[in-house]
Ligand binder design. Sequence first.
Ligand code: FAD
Length: 284
Amino acid sequence: MTKIADLLAAGPTFSFEMGGPKTPEQQQRLERVLGDLEGLHPSYVSVTYGAAGSTRDGTIEVVRHLAAETSMTPMPHLTCVAHTRDEVVGLVKGYADLGLDNLLALGGDAPADGRVYPSDFAYAMELVELAREIGDFCIGVAAFPEGHPRSPDMASDRRRLAEKLRAADFGITQFFFDADDYFRMIDDLAALGVDKPVLPGLMAFVNVEGLRRMAGLNEAKIPDALQARLDEVAGDVDAVRALAVETCSGLAQRLLDAGAPGIHLCTLNYSCPARQIWANLGLA
Ligand code: FAD
């Protein structure tokens, strides 16, 4: 198995994010998509974890599939809010038993179903510390170039992020569209004495409404020029995907040219746009 920190030490990484499936049908479809992407030799593939464990079994099954049946390195996402310590210990030990080397340790959000879940955790930092106690994992954490929506101000968000990155091995950002936001965050972290690699997370969006909803939830800005182009293509599936490929390819190239340590692409479980973006970056 492979630690992502070691890959990053050797050069830029190019990775995919897949959504953890909720049904056996989604699982089968996702395995087909992964089969389509395997030939691109991604540095690793991360698998999301639904709020409060809503994709727990699906996430574990995809990670197991990646580890046992493909040549790709898996990294499960794991959130701790709305979980008990015993639940999280069970999950992390399960990943250690599968022989996994990498984990993305996240806070998570309050579940949208309105139910109250017993929770022994408040912040991702607690999950980083717990995972360190349990196994020899390479641990990634989330970063928000434009600040996390629940932060009172940017300075305190940056201080929390710096503290979390000191305990972890690397970061991956929320999606964003303005490279300057990313580089401002890197400069702020450097000023706080932190130079751990933080991978830009880019969003290969597949529909306009979904992108605007996700951006609203995360308070991620969509620049005016992109908003205008989204208005033009809304409703035309092929045109939306072509715009996503153009947007992600251009942003990725700009970030890499200016020294970003790699690219992490949220695929939304579609292989075609990811393949085109990889081709545009000369990676296919
Ligand atoms: P934290 O690091 O806990 O931060 C949350 C907030 O608390 C921030 O405002 C931070 O500044 C503040 N904070 C941190 N520590 C303290 C402290 N000690 N005292 C006071 N304030 C503090 N969600 C999912 O449900 N499943 C996923 O698979 C998933 N994958 C993601 C992948 C990436 C790359 C990213 C960027 C996000 C992902 N998310 C996922 C969303 C994430 O769980 C939410 O955005 C969540 O609100 C924040 O997670 P975090 O790990 O940054 O939390």
